[in-house]
Design a protein around this ligand. Sequence first.
Ligand code: 4NP
Length: 141
Amino acid sequence: MKILTLCLGNICRSPAAEGILKSIISSDHFVDSVGTGDWHVGGHPDQRSIDVCKKYGIDISQLISRQLVEKDGEDFDLVLAMDKSNIDNAKKILSTKYHHKIRLFAKHEISDPYNSALDGFEIMFENLSYAAEKLKEELEL
Ligand code: 4NP
């Protein structure tokens, strides 16, 4: 299965979600992450996301931010968004024929921690980890 995690900047939530999923599912599956915005394209994840992942044994420091493109709709089986605004934005980028592949990563929205204190990143990590385990079960990854 090919899974794409999606957020706004591709520097906080979706790279962490990518790292967490890769750490718990079989390497037969392919996981990547993207943002709907282009501000951080070419850059590494936010240091606070790198640090919280590192604390739990996951290295996302080498990931590079990129923006969602139409071809991702063809290439991936599922596009897993962090919040509803990500879904709205993704639907503006991807053709209608791919919209059925887009859904939330978690049962609830994972809010943007960018302007939060450091504990916002801990909460993000906990929520992503819980949701990743649920996805693994649901999709038998
Ligand atoms: P992310 O967080 O969508 O989880 O990567 C954000 C990172 C940067 C910005 C917004 C959200 N920004 O506006 O630059």
